[in-house]
Design a protein around this ligand. Structure first.
Ligand code: SF4
Length: 439
C-alpha cells in the first residue's frame, strides 16, 4: 500500500540532516512526501532529547495527533531519533497510540517498519550500530543554497548533563574521500555553502588516511573553492592549532567558531566532565584570536548546574566578558534522565535562582552582542543572501562569514547571490545594510 509521509523535526541541525536522510530512504521505498501533516497518512516525529523544551514540543504535537489518530483509520504515527532511544517505555506508556519507535541508527529499516506497523502494535527498532553513517544514501535536500552534511555521528565525551552519548552511541566518522566527494557534488549542484556536522565534529578522524579534522577541512576547502564551508559543534579540547591555522589560511573556511563552554568555573567544568579548565579554555580562545583576529566566537551556556554557587555563576559572567562572544545559546539547567548528573548529582539550585542567573547571562550577552554588532556599522562585508527577509519580500536576509545576519533592500538580487554590503545599522541580533556590488 503506497503512503504519503510528513516529518516534524525537532532540535539541532543533525536532526534536520537526519530528516533529509529519512526522506531519501522513504521516497526510495515508494512513499510520497506530503506537503503538510494534514494530508499525510504517515506522520513521523524526529525527536530531540537534549533540551527539555524540545521534548515538551514533541509532547504537544503527539497530544494533538491523538484525536486525529482516533478519527482517521489507517493513520500511522512513529517517533524517531533521540527520545525513544533512551525513553522507550515512556513513549509507549505516555502515548499508547504511537505505532512505532526508531532510533538514530535504524532509519534504513523504516519503510518495512511502517508496513509492519499496520499489523503489529508498538514496534521498536533501537539497536546501536557503531558502523552506521548512512553511506550510499543521497539526502533529499530541503534547501538549494546551504546544505548540512553530517561527517561524524555519536559522541565519546559523556559530559555529565548530556544525553547524546546515550541516544546516539559512540563516535564514528565518515571517510575522508566520501566527505570530499559529497562537498564537491554539492558545489557542482549549485549549493553556495555547506556546514559539516557532528556532535563533536572536530574529533573527526580518518585512521586509514591518517587525517584529523584539520586535514578534512583542508581537503574540502580545496575541493570546493567557490563554496563557503562551516562546521559545528566543536569541543574545546579538540580545537588544535593546526585546525585554526587551516581556517586562517583558506578564505572559503568561515571565520566563525562555535565553542561551547557551558560554565566559567573550573569546579563546574570538572563536575560537568568537560575535560578542561577555565584557563585552558581561555588559552584556546587566545590561540584562535592570535591566528584569526576577526573570528566570531559563539558558545553554549548553562545557568544553575548542580551545586553552582553565586561566585561560580559570576565566573561565568566574567568569562563571557573575557571572551567577548558574538552570540550564545543560553539555558538554565534541567535534569536529563539517563545522564551521569541525573544519577549522581543533586539538582539543588532553586528554580528561581536558575532563572535569575540565566536572565543575568542573557542580559550580559545581549549587551555584548549589541556592542559587537554596532562596531560593524560603516564596514563593508561579504554577505551570502539566503532568503527573503521575514518582514518583507522587498528585502533579503543573508549572513557574513562570521555568521552575522544582515538584512538589506533586495534590488535586483536573489537568494544565492554573494554581495558586498555596507553596514548602516545594527541591533543586538541583526545588521542592516546597503548593497554595494556583487562579489
Ligand atoms: S561533547 Fe558533551 S555536550 Fe557535546 S554531544 Fe558530547 S557529551 Fe554532549
Amino acid at each position: 500500500m503506497s503512503s504519503s509521509f510528513y516529518i516534524h523535526t525537532f532540535g539541532c541541525q543533525m536532526n534536520l540532516a537526519d530528516s533529509e536522510i529519512v526522506t531519501s530512504i522513504l521516497t526510495d521505498g515508494g512513499f510520497a512526501r506530503a506537503g503538510d501533516e494534514a494530508s499525510a497518512d504517515v506522520v513521523l516525529l524526529n525527536s530531540c532529547a537534549v533540551r527539555e523544551n524540545a521534548e515538551e514540543r514533541l509532547g504537544n504535537i503527539l497530544t494533538q495527533l491523538k484525536g486525529r489518530k482516533r478519527r482517521q483509520r489507517g493513520l500511522v504515527v512513529g517517533v524517531l531519533g533521540c527520545v525513544p532511544q533512551f525513553e522507550r517505555e515512556r513513549v509507549f506508556s505516555d502515548y499508547p497510540f504511537v505505532d512505532f519507535i526508531v532510533g538514530p541508527d535504524n532509519y534504513r529499516e523504516l519503510a518495512g517498519i511502517i508496513e509492519n506497523s499496520r499489523e503489529q502494535k508498538h514496534l521498536a527498532s533501537l539497536d546501536y550500530d557503531q558502523a552506521e553513517t548512512y553511506a550510499g544514501i543521497d539526502p533529499v535536500r530541503t534547501g538549494t543554497i546551504s546544505a548540512f552534511l553530517p561527517v561524524m555521528r555519536g559522541c565519546n565525551n559523556y559530559c555529565a548533563f548530556c544525553v547524546v552519548p546515550v541516544t546516539r552511541g559512540r563516535e564514528r566518522s565518515v571517510g575522508y574521500e566520501r566527505v570530499v566527494a559529497e562537498v564537491a557534488a554539492l558545489s557542482a549542484a549549485g549549493f553556495r555553502e555547506v556546514t559539516l556536522l557532528g556532535q563533536n565534529v572536530n574529533s573527526w578522524r580518518d585512521a586509514k588516511e591518517g587525517l584529523d579534522f584539520a586535514g578534512l577541512l583542508d581537503g574540502v576547502s580545496l575541493a570546493a573553492p567557490g563554496m563557503r564551508i562551516r562546521f559545528t559543534t566543536s569541543h574545546p579540547k579538540d580545537i588544535s592549532e593546526s585546525l585554526v591555522r587551516v581556517i586562517a589560511a583558506r578564505p572559503n573556511l568561515c571565520n566563525h567558531i562555535h565553542l561551547p563552554v557551558q560554565s566559567g568555573s573550573s569546579r563546574m567544568l570538572d563536575l560537568m566532565k568537560r575535560g578542561h579548565t577555565r584557563q585552558e579554555y581561555l588559552d584556546k580562545i587566545a590561540m584562535i584570536r592570535r591566528h584569526i583576529p576577526d573570528a566570531a566566537i559563539t558558545t553554549d551556556l548553562i545557568a544553575g548546574f548542580c551545586t553552582e554557587t553565586e561566585e561560580e555563576h559570576r565566573e561565568t559572567l566574567s568569562l563571557m566578558e573575557a571572551v567577548g562572544y558574538d552570540t550564545a545559546f543560553m539555558f538554565h539547567y534541567s535534569v536529563r534522565p539517563g545522564t551521569w548528573a541525573a544519577r549522581n548529582l543533586p539538582d539543588d539550585v532553586p528554580e528561581a535562582v536558575k532563572k535569575r542567573r540565566l536572565q543575568e547571562i542573557i542580559e550580559l550577552q545581549t549587551s555584548m552582542s549589541r556592542e559587537i554588532y554596532r562596531c560593524e556599522i560603516g564596514q563593508t562585508v561579504e554577505v551570502l543572501a539566503e532568503a527573503e527577509s521575514r518582514r518583507s519580500s522587498s528585502q533579503l536576509m543573508g549572513r557574513t562569514k562570521t555568521n552575522r545576519a544582515v538584512v538589506f533592500s533586495r534590488g535586483e538580487f536573489n537568494p544565492g547571490d554573494t554581495l558586498l554590503v555596507k553596514i548602516t545599522g545594527a541591533t543586538s541580533a541583526t545588521l542592516m545594510g546597503v548593497v554595494q556590488c556583487p562579489v
